[in-house]
Design a protein around this ligand. Structure first.
Ligand code: ADP
Ligand code: 5GP
Length: 192
């Protein structure tokens, strides 16, 4: 995607590796637009409607799917659906901005199919132990949900490599380094 049309930056990675933290910093540093996804899961404590997610019933979600309102959507943890509303992303790209999607692998495959020039980044924790510590430190998941998310991480990393849709793999040692790495990647693609 050339700079006149903006850069579509897709960030994925296992739960707890630091995606949200990194994306928030990228928004500040790049003046980027961060897409707010729709989800059928329940809000976590402290999450705000319209800022963290657009919370929807399954019926509302499926109606929006029918109307072609999603750029991509997928079923993620515990059978909940997550999707990227298409219109805001299109508008920001048309205005030449960087638009960031924080989505999982299946959704990334759909995005790359539609926008082959998307800049796709898969973030990993330095080690499984560090991922566990980060997830535990966040204190947002029940023990069962945490187990599910950690168990899924290995599979996700393998799947991310096998699908071939990720152009960059970044280990999130420190937030500062990771943000600098991703900014470098965006700049390279702006010039391409
Ligand atoms: P994700 O969005 O990938 O699930 P979060 O951004 O919520 O992950 O981060 C999970 C926890 O790890 C948060 O408490 C966050 O402050 C912390 N964290 C994020 N990046 C790092 C890092 N590089 N080093 C140490 N802790 C981190
Ligand atoms: P969480 O429940 O922790 O907020 O998010 C769970 C997973 O859903 C994360 O891997 C996140 O990247 C993914 N996700 C969030 N929004 C979307 C979306 O709009 N589409 C897709 N495909 N995945 C999403």
């Amino acid at each position: 995607m050339n700079s006149a049309r903006g850069i579509l930056l897709v960030i994925s990675g296992p739960s707890g590796v630091g995606k949200s933290t990194v994306c928030r910093r990228l928004v500040d540093r790049l003046g980027a637009f961060l897409s707010v996804s729709a989800t059928t899961r329940q809000p976590r404590e402290g999450e705000v409607e319209g800022r963290d997610y657009i919370f929807m019933s399954r019926k509302e979600f499926d109606e929006l799917v029918e109307r072609g309102g999603f750029l991509e959507y997928a079923e993620v943890y515990g059978g909940h659906r997550y999707g990227t509303p298409a219109e805001p992303v299109e508008q920001h790209l048309a205005a030449g901005r960087v638009a960031i999607l924080e989505i999982e692998i299946e959704g990334t495959c759909q995005v790359v199919h539609r926008y082959p020039e998307a800049v796709t980044v898969f973030i990993m924790a330095p080690s499984p132990t560090e991922q566990r510590n980060r997830l535990a430190g966040r204190r947002t998941e029940s023990p069962e949900a945490m187990r599910e998310r950690l168990a899924k991480a290995d599979r996700e990393i393998r799947q991310a490599r096998e699908t071939g849709v990720y152009r960059y793999f970044v280990v999130n040692e420190t937030v500062e380094e990771t943000v600098e790495n991703i900014i470098r990647i965006v700049r390279e693609n702006e010039q391409a």
